[in-house]
Write a protein that binds this ligand. Structure first.
Ligand code: C2E
Ligand code: CA
Ligand code: CA
Length: 690
């Protein structure tokens, strides 16, 4: 016995499948990387849409099947079919958002979906009361399952890249994913039907009235479900949009403060080193085009430490403010003075190009300082200066040269002005010596990696660790990474250093895994120069292969200021990592430029709030604590996890818990640890499966 199809109903069934799939992917793209009640809500809504869609498709298609007799269904089986479809959809959609690489997600999601759709179809078939039973053509059934599996994998794979619910790329991918899923659902059904043989003379019971009622119910119910979910989505979108708009408005204020703070000294309000560097960089540009030279002076107050110790910190601070004021007054308007250390100031003299004029300005500054008498103490200073282009045409070199000249002024008896001379290259050659030793350390066995754990803010459980490079120097002891990373960047060793660190980290993770430990993701810092390195992805892949590691074992940290300065490279590097299934965190957040607006543009999964902000918590300044709160809220709206670094006190931790920070890192919970000590924090793999 065979039957034909009612074409209109067939089209309707495929339409229902496509609509359901689209709704599901649209909803699930809002889940992001966060695990919260809202994310689970979206998953549930997606599962309802998809499950109902699969279910409705099946029954609409059954009605489209024009058998010469009527069909009837058993209500309980119809309901169980619906439950199966929804549960399978939930498992599959969950897999599509949670597991690492897109391909793995596709495979895991594809298996569950195909299983779900198939069992749903055959349960549905079972719901018909046919005597004697139906026979199936095994080859065709297997073929339908295979096609369905392939299409589901493609569907979930394409949907895996969609995180931003709006946006054109996302829309196209969702359409492709929805069409593929509709193919998957319809194949199981229609090929499955072609595979079934109803014995001649099968007895069907039922009536046409029930058929059309069932049809109306099915279509009505699923339409209601889709419309309902779409309504919830749009209400939620509007809420999030207005919330985000409010946040962004408040944040632009916060941003202005962030920007100011990141470029000024907190005590005197003078520009800091970063703004100074920026200004000198700009000035160098103008010199290159217009040939107008300038000078840089380095000022160090003589005996300041003694004054500070003698009179106390408060007096020391107020003295520094007095000096700052004085410096501003003794300079021309276009000149700039920055405070770059305790009692160290640097002046950018804009409008000089002859040694005489620069010296004159320095003398003027010196006599202004010596004229100050502070609580019975006479002030003095040592000043060194260097000229551009004569003494250097590079920001770092000019400052270093002025610094050296200042140092000579001190050696020569203090309270004087000294111009830089070439034979003073003392500190530079120090850097130079370190370069050679650093190269040896990288190539030999001289570098080590420490691990600083990150914890869940609320539960204080281990969530991951940051790998921090260490260079135990035979003579100089531990040299700060801030110093030698800088040297490595300047002399082109940074790539080699970072490849080495990555290798050390990979090897360590492999050892821990082999020892049966449950290793959390370890993050590795990446610096400027590497982002431009085409071979970067090859190195990363090679390391993962060499140690047989999953991409989710590691993540990268890229500083915010770098990401903003080199936004194009940063975005493409981040996108590449995302494609490989490796998470990226935006490091030192809040120290870059007008940071918050960039958050939306970068394919990252995590931000690390700079420790400068955490140091102020909780109540040092209302407005600053508020900034942290805002940053966390906005990041959560964007589906990003937030880590606070430099947490040193319980009260900071409590504040961070209160405002919903996800993870914390800092001396309060643990200093960076050598591998052996970190090992003790990890549980055996079987106790705590990932
Ligand atoms: P970072 O990425 O911001 O790393 C965090 C720094 O904060 C580490 O300093 C860590 O020891 C310190 N820290 C952690 N908790 C606290 C705390 O509670 N209070 C305070 N005051 N500090 C805390 P470290 O190890 O000296 O590293 C300094 C910087 O050197 C790092 O800053 C990072 O930018 C760079 N760096 C370290 N290792 C690497 C590396 O392998 N590659 C690259 N490119 N850069 C690295
Ligand atoms: Ca870092
Ligand atoms: Ca950091």
């Amino acid at each position: 016995m065979s039957g034909g199809y009612d074409a209109r109903l067939v089209v309707l069934s495929v339409l229902v499948a496509t609509l359901a799939s689209y709704t599901a992917f649209d909803v699930v793209s809002r889940v992001g990387t966060r695990q919260s009640w809202r994310a689970y809500g979206w998953l549930l809504a997606g599962a309802l849409a998809l499950g109902t869609g699969v279910w409705a498709t099946h029954f609409v298609a059954m009605i489209a099947f024009e058998l010469p007799v009527d069909l009837t269904y058993d209500l309980r089986t119809i309901v169980s079919a619906w439950v199966i479809a929804v549960v399978a959809s939930a498992v599959a959609l969950n897999a599509s958002t949670r597991l690492g690489q897109p391909l793995r997600r596709g495979l895991a999601g594809g298996v569950t979906l195909t299983l779900g759709i198939t069992s749903m179809h055959y349960t549905g078939m079972h719901a018909m009361h046919v005597e004697p039973g139906i026979e199936y053509d095994a080859v065709l059934v297997l073929a339908s399952v295979a096609v369905s599996f392939g299409a589901s994998v493609i569907a979930i794979y394409s949907a895996s890249f969609v995180r931003e619910p709006r946006g054109r790329g996302g829309f196209l991918r969702k359409i492709v994913a929805a069409l593929m899923l509709a193919v998957s659902i319809s194949t199981v059904h229609y090929v499955g039907m072609a595979a079934s043989r109803f014995a001649a003379g099968s007895a069907f019971a039922g009536n046409a009235a029930l058929d059309s009622m069932l049809l109306a119910t099915l279509v009505g119910a699923s339409t209601l479900v889709f419309l309902g979910i779409a309504l919830v989505v749009s209400i939620q979108d509007r809420r999030v949009e207005s919330e985000t708009a409010n946040l962004v408005a408040s944040l632009s204020k916060a941003n202005a403060e962030l920007l100011h703070r990141s470029r000024h000294d907190a005590l005197t309000g003078l520009p800091n080193r970063s703004l100074l560097n920026e200004r000198i960089d700009k000035r160098l540009e103008s010199w290159k085009t217009q040939g107008d030279g300038f000078a840089v002076a380095y000022i160090d107050i003589d005996g300041f430490k003694a004054i500070n110790d003698h009179l106390g910190h408060r007096a020391g601070d107020s003295l520094l403010n007095t000096i700052a004021e004085l410096l501003i007054q003794s300079l021309d308007r276009q000149d700039m003075v920055a405070r770059i250390g305790g009692d160290e100031f640097v002046v950018l003299m804009d409008a000089v190009d002859e040694s005489q004029t620069a010296r004159a300005v320095c003398e003027r500054i010196l006599s202004a300082i010596t004229a100050v008498e502070y609580q019975g103490i006479e002030l003095a200073a040592s000043i060194g200066y260097a000229l551009c282009p004569n003494d250097g045409a590079d920001t770092e070199i000019l400052i270093a040269a002025a610094d050296m000249a200042m140092y000579r002024a001190k050696l020569a008896g203090k309270n004087r002005v000294q111009r830089y001379r070439e034979d003073m290259g003392a500190r530079m050659s120090d850097d130079f010596a370190l370069q050679g030793e650093l190269r040896e350390a990288i190539r030999g066995d001289g570098l080590a990696v420490y691990f600083q754990p990150r914890f869940h803010a609320g539960e204080r459980t281990l969530m991951g660790a940051e790998a921090l490079v260490r260079w135990p120097h035979a003579v100089r002891g531990f040299i700060s990474p801030e110093r030698f990373i800088g040297i490595a960047e300047r002399c082109g060793l940074i790539t080699e250093l970072e490849v080495r660190v990555l290798d050390l980290v990979g090897r360590q993770i492999r050892q821990w895994l082999d020892a049966g430990l449950c290793v959390p993701p370890i993050s590795v810092n990446l610096s400027a120069v590497r982002l431009r390195d085409e071979a970067l992805s090859d190195h990363v892949r090679a390391c993962l292969d060499k140690y047989r590691l999953n991409p989710s074992c590691i993540s990268f940290e890229i500083t915010e200021s770098l990401a903003v300065r080199e936004i194009v490279q940063a975005r493409s590097a981040m996108g590449m990592f995302k494609h490989m299934g490796i998470d990226v965190a935006l490091d030192d957040f809040g120290t870059g430029y007008s940071s918050l607006f960039y958050l939306k543009q970068l394919p990252i999964q995590q931000i690390k709030i700079d420790r400068g902000f955490i140091a102020d918590l909780p109540a040092f300044s209302e407005s600053r604590a508020e900034i942290v709160d805002w940053i966390i809220r906005l990041s959560h709206e964007l589906g990003l996890r937030v880590v606070a670094e430099g947490v040193e006190t319980e009260s900071q931790l409590r504040y961070l818990q209160r405002v919903g920070c996800d993870e914390v890192q800092g001396f309060l919970l643990s200093r960076p640890l050598p591998a052996d000590a970190f090992r003790r924090l990890m549980a055996p793999a079987d106790e705590n499966p990932v």
